[in-house]
Design a protein around this ligand. Structure first.
Ligand code: LFR
Length: 472
């Protein structure tokens, strides 16, 4: 066959969805089946969790509806944000997973670095420092002792659906416990950190069949559908669907985060890469996602959330961005990666405080504030692209922006202006497309030996990006 239909479950930090992906003669099309909200939920002591139980219910409902619409679904693929996990014992989920923005991780960082200095960690796992990397969470996770397995979010969904206990490799690379050179669990590192290695499930690669729906999931959805591993880290799936147009192209996968970097065949764990806080995450087909996390649209969505709470009414984001685009003159910039901006809470006040420290007045209107946020994100994007070029000795000639950020015209233009490079924006749904493509390839719909480049050709044939030229 040269085509068919699959279902993609794509969970983001602010919303999740179930999509149908149609492949037909080298072309690709998505249809949204359901979309549901997601976000941090404070627990009894103010700690931040995910409401995984509700997410899972939405997933099963979405899949049920997907199968009703499309009885011919060939498989299901699941991706989500990285690093977070659920603990299971037997068939039971031991409590709601922690949200990576919970502040307990600060203690985990201290504990881990006291045992293994960051320089050594970087040489072993290749990861930029992010305080929530899974190994820091495990260091403060008492529940690990009672668990038979620790499963990252997409693996946890696959486990509940099929009973399979695995760790998909691209997402496992974000735990900090996978050896960047071999792609296998670094059992010695885990042991040194006091992490029970029996909780780490066997690693599998994207494209592998994980199992078929079982038990209640099978009854509810109504068929023994197959679950196929995809690049289960959302960013890994997104990078699959970047229609890289030149060998020296950079990408920005922009949603809650802006993941800024290039694709490599092997890791770079130089001192310079470590100092620039660049990560070597595992990509599909053994590629390396050499990138830096920039705090992305989180800054804007948290600001909007604060203003909506003040007003007791919803804010029209496109209208706000249009108004922001018309703000004339220079607006003050702040460091988008300031760690004080990473927790939920009053974002405008915190940004005003950061600006105040630097002697800059806070913008007086909401549109000017939104402009300050977008320009500051764009500046951080431009800086990270330049650093990626420097660290990999590449002359970056174009920036692809994929994900929800590709819809933000102000951000795309500001990124072009501040980097001096053309920006190609789209596809918006890169993550779901990458999820679908890897499943479709596993079914042989692109021929027996389709490479990532072949998959990207399908994307390029199916969507046309918007082009932004840099302005002087
Ligand atoms: C993007 C993302 C990033 C990861 C962050 C936290 O959705 O997966 O790649 O660093 O979320 O998991």
């Amino acid at each position: 066959a040269t085509g068919g239909v699959v279902a993609a479950v794509d969970l983001g930090a602010t919303s999740g969805r179930v999509m149908l992906g149609y492949v037909d003669d080298g072309m690709l099309r998505l249809e949204q089946v359901s979309r549901f909200p997601n976000g941090p939920v404070p627990g009894a002591d103010g700690e931040l969790h995910w409401d995984f139980t509700t997410l899972y219910r939405h997933i099963v409902e979405g899949l049920t509806e997907a199968l009703r619409r499309e009885p011919g679904i060939a498989s299901i693929g699941i991706d989500s944000w990285a690093v977070d996990y659920g603990l299971v014992n037997g068939q039971e989920l031991l409590g709601e997973p922690f949200h990576y923005r919970d502040e307990r991780t600060a203690r985990g960082v201290e504990l881990v670095h006291a045992r293994v200095p960051f320089g050594e960690l970087y040489r072993r796992n290749g990861l930029q420092f992010l305080p929530f990397n899974t190994l820091y969470q495990y260091a403060v996770e008492p529940g690990l002792r009672d668990a038979s397995s620790a499963l990252l979010v997409p693996d946890l969904v696959a486990f509940l659906l099929t009973g399979a206990r695995v760790a998909e490799r691209t997402n496992a690379s974000t735990t900090g416990l996978v050896d960047v050179r071999t792609g296998e669990w670094d059992l010695e590192l885990a042991a040194r950190l006091g992490i029970e290695t029996s909780v780490l499930p066997p690693l599998v690669d994207p494209g592998v069949v994980l199992g078929t729906l079982h038990g209640e999931a099978r009854e509810r959805v109504g068929a023994p559908l197959e679950v196929v591993a995809v690049g289960s880290h959302d960013t890994a799936s997104a990078v699959v669907a970047v229609p890289l147009s030149t060998p020296d192209a950079a990408y920005i996968s922009c949603g809650t985060w802006g993941l800024v970097g290039v694709e490599l065949d092997g890791p770079v764990v130089s001192d310079a890469a470590r100092e620039a806080n660049f990560t070597n995450e595992g990509g599909v087909d053994g590629r390396v996602r050499f990138l830096h996390n920039v705090t992305g649209l989180w800054l804007l969505s948290e600001a909007v959330r604060t203003w909506e709470a003040e007003d007791g009414a919803a804010i029209d984001l496109p209208a706000l961005l249009d108004a922001a685009a018309s703000v004339s003159g220079d607006v003050p910039l702040f460091d988008a990666n300031d760690p004080r901006l990473s927790a939920p809470g009053d974002m405008p006040a915190r940004i005003a405080a950061v600006l105040g420290e630097a002697g800059a007045p806070a913008p007086a209107t909401r549109e000017a504030f939104a402009r300050t946020i977008v320009e500051s994100i764009a500046q951080a994007f431009a800086d990270a692209v330049a650093t990626a070029g420097r660290l990999t000795d590449r002359d970056i000639d174009v920036i692809h922006i994929v994900g929800g950020g590709a819809l933000n015209r102000l951000l795309c233009q500001a990124t072009a202006d501040r980097s001096g490079l053309p920006v190609l924006a789209g596809p918006v749904e890169a993550t779901a497309l990458g999820n679908v493509l890897v499943q479709a390839r596993a079914h042989g719909w692109f021929g027996p030996d389709a490479t990532l480049e072949d998959l990207r050709r399908v994307v390029a044939a199916s969507v046309s990006p918007d082009r932004y030229e840099p302005r002087p």
